[in-house]
Design a protein around this ligand. Structure first.
Ligand code: SF4
Length: 386
């Protein structure tokens, strides 16, 4: 498929070219023709967001079903970790610094934002380096950076810890909630009753880890995976590549996002990760439960910058609200609008579950799509929530 026609080098325009999108959609319809039903998981929350932002699901034939995967870091953050972070600010008087999305993730006693209204010192930062700078400007206070994200953001946390060591900043530490994508995909594949025909592989994570870590999916599970970019033509081309493999009876790892993803990933980022982090024995994922070797903790030699060690943070397990069906949505068992709370008790303004918080969350993406198509105003968010 000629992604770059040569008539213009405006990247975004090219990847949103209506002719290209029509061609890709026609190819998908041709490859999906017949009675077979295809269940394709887009692993990455950014892909979920793009599918709904550009209304790409409307271009897929009805027998190609999207299953939204666990690749939204805010969505898989369990409530207990939010509570553990807040307890550092409440019980130890630290400044808790984190990304804006985390501010609206509910813990047992409310969101970090609600705690701010009660006088708890939680602040938004745009990068871990901002949190380090906050510590340097507040030498009388301890600053804990509440770190979340997959391998995409973990290197910047690792580099910040290395920087803190280099500068000798002693009033700064990190509460690491970094997770790794491959064990989560494996957990999905091992879920009883899970039927997935193929995967759209995550674009951002793959810029760091490359394509090779996915090879077991093709080899051991016989499922194809295509790493995809985020523009409409990217996603439709990647979908066509997946369907072509299924059509031909192949299961391989392919890379549609070659302009950003190298087969072996980013060596400098991987080096920083392995210098600072090691795998935890197990970690709780919202909706997926405890998964072994699926998250990153800070190595003992950096204990001074590890909030868990410095403050002896106990493991906190907080159950989700009983009516929330985030787990079923994260595992692809339910569509977001099939959750009993969708569009009623749970909205982007008043999220009950984390999937409604981040723009990459499947529930937030569905809700925004319903609003854009005018259905929410017409009460159809109510209707599809039934
Ligand atoms: S609608 Fe809310 S409670 Fe239901 S699955 Fe989505 S985020 Fe969770």
């Amino acid at each position: 498929m000629p992604i770059s026609s040569g008539r213009s080098m405006k990247y975004v325009d090219e990847y949103r070219d209506p002719d290209l999108i029509r061609q890709a959609a026609a190819e998908i319809r041709r490859l999906a023709a017949g009675d077979r039903h295809f269940r394709i998981m887009e692993v990455c929350g950014g892909h979920t967001h793009a599918f709904y932002r550009f209304a790409l699901e409307d271009l897929l034939p009805p027998n190609v079903e999207l299953i939204h995967g666990p690749g939204c870091p805010v969505c898989v953050l369990p409530m207990g970790r939010v509570d553990a972070g807040l307890s550092l600010a409440i019980d130890h008087g630290v400044i808790l610094a984190t990304f804006g999305d985390v501010m609206r993730v509910p813990g047992a006693g409310g969101t970090p934002l609600q705690h701010v209204a009660r006088g708890v010192d939680v602040r938004i930062v745009y990068s871990p380096l901002d949190a380090l700078e906050l510590a340097r400007r507040n030498p009388a206070r301890h600053v804990v950076f509440f770190a979340i994200g997959f391998e995409t953001t973990a290197p910047s946390t690792a580099l910040t810890i290395l920087r803190a060591r280099e500068l000798g900043v002693g009033n700064f530490s990190v509460l690491s909630n970094h997770v790794t994508i491959v064990p989560a995909i494996k957990a999905v594949l091992d879920s009883p009753g899970m039927r997935i025909d193929g995967f759209l592989g995550p674009g951002h994570v793959s810029t760091v880890i490359g394509c090779r870590p996915y090879e077991f999916i093709a080899r051991h599970y016989g499922k194809p995976l295509v790493v995809s970019g985020f523009e409409p033509a990217d996603l439709l081309q990647a979908m066509a590549m997946l369907l072509r493999q299924l059509h031909d009876g192949r299961a391989e790892v392919e890379n549609q996002y070659r302009r950003a993803v190298a087969e072996d990933g980013n060596a400098a980022a991987l080096r920083a990760l392995s210098e600072v982090f090691e795998l935890r024995a197990f970690f709780e994922w919202r909706g997926l439960g405890f998964i072994t070797h699926s998250a990153l903790c800070i190595k003992p030699e950096f204990a001074q910058w590890d909030a868990e060690r410095r403050f002896d943070v106990p493991p906190v397990v907080t159950a989700d609200p009983v009516a929330a069906q985030c787990g079923e949505v994260l595992k692809g068992v339910l569509k977001p609008h099939q959750c009993k709370l969708f569009g009623r008790e749970c909205t982007p303004e008043r999220p009950v579950g984390a999937l409604m918080v981040s723009s990459e969350g499947a529930c937030a993406a569905y809700h925004a799509h319903a609003l854009r198509s005018g259905r929410a105003d017409a009460g159809i968010v109510e209707e599809i929530g039934t």
